[in-house]
Design a protein around this ligand. Structure first.
Ligand code: FEO
Ligand code: CA
Ligand code: CA
Ligand code: CA
Length: 594
């Protein structure tokens, strides 16, 4: 039984309505200001190129500027006592590129320089930020010794069972110990020892194997024999799997970065498994082992967790830096009676062995999806972010954004944990780890919320919600008060259309779990998704990312396609929309949401 909770937090703001305005709208009494947009200088010493509105910045300049498509992010206070909530670092993911916007003439022509610019526009930014006070608000500190861009070409180490594995070796890296770059950096995590986790999601789209014979590994991860649209392999043969067959095995990982040490080498933590990682939410078990919750965001994919072998030791940076290299990777099975099991993906157990094609643990983590198939995990409706309730030990929430293919012809049908066919609005599932212990192998689960709209034509889309309607939940995080924040990512092809007609632009809501009542806090500009959530330690500043306003802008370079729908944040007619980090504050300086 859970300990009784302290009185629940109270939401003190008035909900904002649905909106189609091309701007960020927050409740009365709050401000929202742009801090760091695509193309803004990251703040490298002696190298701060200004953004050129015609997208004529070079690849080299892009590598010193904010990348595109801001996604997961975390705030790291600089250890200065009472200033901890006024000064710190932000690590920010740049998920992917919109090449129609990234280059002056879009994709009309193609070149090695364009590929280099795209490779410089993904990855991670580390920026130094401070609250300048006296009404001046937050700003990026430039130059900063902490400023850093990690791109698709930054050298990155390998830790865990796949380090040095035969499937990780390439001509350029015959030992299988160093990878160039990280890409498709979606959601994130933050460790208790002060490092940032960036998660590689849809890596398959950057690779192509034109041979026509795809391996089971390639097929299971969505690699195709035709280019998916980024056209990197055309100019950079590293992404051509006929030339470099193992290169795709080197992506799809969680990467650990020490933002406080700009010289430190990021490391791909392969013990956490290779899949289309959404986020990596870290908590500690009562005995100090690190537990990492992770979603694999694709239809009918799984929820995973990693439990470290070692224990977190406060202040022992060296020991903590090895925690994510050794431990047990599990995948979740949700049973119809409301119980669930974490099934270990360990070589030699439950059929995960040479008879099923796994030579060793390295091959198990590289082919984690195939191993999870063997043990019989539950196929979910696109697992996105996972959040651990700071007020209730072992209580965990996961957004399942949508899955219109559920129950379709030749597709898996409904099950207790994914109860709706044609699940266009998604849901939020919750589980309680046995004994409130994050390292437990058994849990009890329930459906926290079925998203939807009460006036829907189809029962499958009505949902079961208290408060404000929404669909396609994605970003998810608790604040220190125990309020759960939910961000939506209704896709560009349905936002405010079809089943979502009248529901406006993507949004962010707050819900106190004890009441289950959702309240809309923010609406974004046209064509964007809302993603990335990080609070300062005092909960009085909230950082949020606006991703891909105006999508699909890549159609801008095709005169037959519709015109740009957003000019956010610059606002002048025809200006290129830019993904950006936004700072949200309460005008009276109070706790966000209170
Ligand atoms: Fe990159 Fe699943 O969102
Ligand atoms: Ca997402
Ligand atoms: Ca999403
Ligand atoms: Ca996205």
């Amino acid at each position: 039984a859970q300990a009784p909770l302290a009185s629940p937090a109270k939401l003190g703001f008035t909900a904002v309505p649905f909106s189609v305005a091309d701007r960020v709208i927050v409740p009365d009494g709050y401000s929202a200001e742009v801090l760091y947009a695509w193309g803004d200088a990251v703040g490298l010493k002696g190298n701060s190129p200004a953004f050129r509105a015609d997208a004529s910045n070079s690849a080299a300049e892009q590598a010193a500027q904010a990348g595109m498509h801001h996604d997961g992010m975390a705030f790291f206070p600089l250890p200065q006592g009472s200033r901890a909530s006024k000064h710190g670092l932000l690590a920010i993911n740049h998920e992917y590129t919109d090449d129609g916007l990234l280059h002056g003439d879009g994709m009309k022509t193609w070149s090695g320089e364009k590929v280099k610019k795209a490779q410089a526009a993904v990855g991670v930014s580390v920026i130094e930020v401070e609250d300048a006070g006296k009404g001046r608000g937050w700003r990026v500190v430039r130059p900063s010794k902490y400023a850093r861009r990690i791109t698709a070409n930054t050298p990155i180490g390998i830790g865990g069972p796949a380090r040095g594995h035969a499937l990780m070796k390439t001509e350029a890296d015959p030992l299988g110990v160093e990878i160039l770059g990280t890409l498709n950096n979606c959601a994130n995590g933050k460790t208790p020892w002060g490092t940032y986790l960036t998660c590689e999601e849809n890596f398959d789209g950057y690779f192509v194997n034109e041979s026509g014979t795809l391996s089971d590994n390639e097929k299971r991860y969505g690699i195709k024999n035709k280019d998916a649209g980024y056209k990197w392999a055309w100019e950079d043969f590293r992404f051509d799997l006929q030339i470099n067959p193992n290169e795709a095995n080197r992506f799809g990982w969680v990467v650990e970065i020490d933002p406080y040490d700009p010289k430190s080498r990021p490391v791909k933590r392969t013990a956490l498994g290779r899949f289309k990682h959404e986020g990596a939410t870290v908590t500690l078990a009562p005995d100090g082992r690190a537990v990492v919750y992770m979603g694999d965001d694709q239809r009918f994919e799984y929820i995973y967790k990693f439990v470290s072998k070692g224990r977190y030791q406060a202040g022992n940076a060296k020991a903590n830096s090895r925690l994510l290299d050794e431990g047990t990777l599990y995948v979740a099975r949700f049973d119809a009676d409301g119980s669930g099991q974490w099934l270990p993906l360990v070589h030699g157990q439950n059929g995960v062995d040479a008879s099923r094609g796994f030579a060793d643990q390295g091959e198990v983590v590289i082919k984690a999806r195939l191993a999870a198939d063997v043990v019989g995990a539950t196929k979910m409706d696109r697992p996105e972010w996972i959040a651990v309730n700071p007020k209730a030990p072992g209580e965990v929430y996961c957004t399942l954004t949508n899955n219109a293919e559920r129950g379709g012809e030749g597709k898996p049908g409904v099950d207790a944990a994914n109860p709706r066919a044609d699940n266009k609005f998604g849901h939020i599932i919750r589980w309680h780890e046995a004994g409130g212990n994050a390292a437990a192998t058994a849990f009890k689960w329930d459906l926290f919320a079925l998203a939807g709209r009460p006036d829907a034509k189809s029962d499958a889309h009505k949902g079961a919600l208290k408060g404000d309607a929404f669909g396609s939940p994605d970003g998810l995080a608790f604040d220190a008060q125990g309020v759960l924040w939910v961000q939506t990512d209704v896709s560009t092809s349905t936002v405010n259309m079809k089943e979502y007609a009248g529901m406006g632009n993507n949004q962010m809501l707050a819900v106190v779990p004890q009441t289950g009542e959702f309240r809309r806090f923010l609406t974004g500009p046209s064509g964007c998704e809302i993603t990335g959530i990080s609070f300062t330690p005092d909960s009085r500043t909230l950082f949020v990312n606006i991703q891909h306003p105006g999508e699909p802008e890549n159609e801008r370079s095709d005169p037959a396609k519709p015109k740009a729908i957003s000019s956010w944040p610059d606002g002048d007619a025809g200006s290129r929309p830019r993904s950006a980090t936004v700072v949200i504050r309460k005008l009276d300086g109070g706790v966000i949401g209170s």
